[in-house]
Design a protein around this ligand. Structure first.
Ligand code: ZN
Length: 268
């Protein structure tokens, strides 16, 4: 006799939608962007080059305070087009960037975005050996699916590409049988060039404070999905053990269960 249940991974709080932002190069315009994110409770990831010390970049001694509550992530030391670089130089560009970023922010830096969008199959295979767990590519999917490969993680859209339309479509998604992700990327220095700071403000105002959306940095999504995948279920599906340190949420036949880190719970 079958007693199968429909068991689904949920995001924290039993939610099924996540919004994340991803901004490159650490330019001084990040200050205004972070202020907007913080005002509306939006979370993001900032991919920084530790070797480009220039007046138009946020200085290392400001990183920890400016990006607090968000994620600081690799973008290589000098921003080379790495598909053209010797592979051991690529390794150094990543590891040395990690080292500097970690010294500044005080946690293991495990994310990255490809500088100039440049990568090869060989680099994708190298990154996990350098402790990199995801890496963002360029381009737009105009879609809200979860990534198949976090090492070639493609965004829903650049902020200059259908941002408001995609945001409205995302807000209207209610089918709970899917997990949905909206992922926006760009560079903060583009806002003054295109004179569209107001668009980002309007977007964050529209998207912020929603009950059914989880606001997360890139690495928080990766960490959470790994934890969810690591849950241990009985064959009967009547008990689940969460060996992770963080709590994980699932739905069982439509009912939400929160499984505390390190604990087992019975599920009906
Ligand atoms: Zn860049």
């Amino acid at each position: 006799m079958s007693c199968l249940k429909n068991i689904y991974t949920c995001f924290p709080g039993g939610k099924h939608k996540v919004l994340t932002m991803s901004y490159d190069d650490g330019r001084t315009e990040d200050r205004r962007l972070v202020e907007i994110f913080n005002k509306y409770g939006i979370k993001g990831t900032f991919h920084l080059n530790s070797g480009l010390v220039r007046d138009d970049r946020v200085k290392m001694d400001e990183w920890a305070s400016l990006y607090k509550g968000h994620e600081v992530s690799c973008h290589t030391v000098l921003h080379p087009t790495i598909a053209r670089s010797p592979i051991e130089q690529v390794a150094l560009q990543v590891l040395e960037d990690r080292r500097k970023l970690e010294q500044a922010v005080g946690y293991p830096v495990r994310g990255m975005s490809y500088p100039n969008g440049s990568y090869t199959k060989e680099i994708v295979e190298l990154l996990p050996m350098l402790g990199i767990e995801y890496c963002r590519v360029v381009g737009n999917t105009d879609d809200f699916g979860m990534p198949e490969d976090y090492l070639t993680w493609k965004a829903t859209c650049h902020h200059n590409h259908n941002l408001m339309d995609n945001g409205k479509r995302f807000l209207e998604l209610h089918k709970t049988q899917y997990l949905y992700m909206m992922y926006v990327w760009g560079h903060s220095f583009e806002f003054p060039i295109n004179n569209n700071w107001e668009m980002m403000e309007e977007f964050c105002h529209m998207m912020g404070g929603k009950e059914d959306i989880w606001y997360a940095s890139n690495i928080e999504i990766v960490d959470y999905m790994k934890a969810a995948k690591n849950l241990k279920f009985t064959i009967d599906g009547d008990l689940v053990y969460n060996p992770n340190a963080i709590n994980v949420w699932i739905s069982v036949d439509g009912r939400i269960h929160e499984i505390p880190g390190g604990e087992s719970i019975k599920i009906q």
